[in-house]
Design a protein around this ligand. Structure first.
Ligand code: 4NP
Length: 173
């Protein structure tokens, strides 16, 4: 666990604000958003969370998630309805934690941060993987086949459940 996560302060009087970020904001980060929202809803905790996603790339602004990701997620009971957008400097103030999917996202998120405090909020998704995880990042599925999308959803489901448990405990302290 990074120092930031060990020391993160979450105001118990406000919702936990989580922003997921990937490159295109049409595959991994909107899927993470939908999966964490589903975990939160199943725990009747929607009032305590604000969840969003964004990309570092501009290609798909205004679009729904990739149809392949939507159909794989739907098979797991999750509807992805996010509209693609690019991360803004305001996001670094607004969110408590900004989660990137791979090393490239993390470098880009740190480069784009408007302040040291903002850069400190950037955390890699693998921090929430179970020890048994077979990957140490969330691979870009865009040029992959069905297995690539299933792998991403497996990794995200594991990480989002662990994130829910970890951040809920800190929020309630
Ligand atoms: P994502 O996948 O970062 O998980 O949304 C990608 C989607 C689109 C592109 C790259 C990655 N693209 O180059 O258009």
């Amino acid at each position: 666990m990074t120092d930031f996560l060990r020391n993160i302060m979450l105001d118990p009087t406000r919702p936990i604000r989580v922003l997921f970020v990937c490159l295109g904001n049409i595959c991994r980060s909107p899927a993470a958003e939908g999966i964490l929202r589903d975990v939160v809803e199943r725990n009747s905790a929607s009032a305590f969370w604000e969840i969003d996603s964004a990309g570092t790339g501009h290609w798909h602004i205004g679009q729904l998630p990739d149809p392949r990701m939507r159909s794989h997620a739907r098979r797991r009971g999750i509807e992805l309805t996010h509209i693609c957008r690019v991360i803004t400097t305001d996001d670094y103030d607004r969110f408590d934690i900004i989660i990137g999917m791979d090393r490239t996202n993390i470098s880009e998120l740190r480069r784009l941060a408007p302040s040291i405090e903002g850069a400190r909020k950037v955390v890699e998704m693998r921090e929430f993987f179970s020890p048994s995880a077979t990957y140490d990042y969330v691979p870009d599925p865009y040029y992959e086949g069905h297995e690539g999308f299933e792998l991403v959803l497996d990794l995200l489901e594991d990480a989002c459940q662990n994130m829910y448990d970890t951040l809920t405990k800190i929020h309630q302290q």
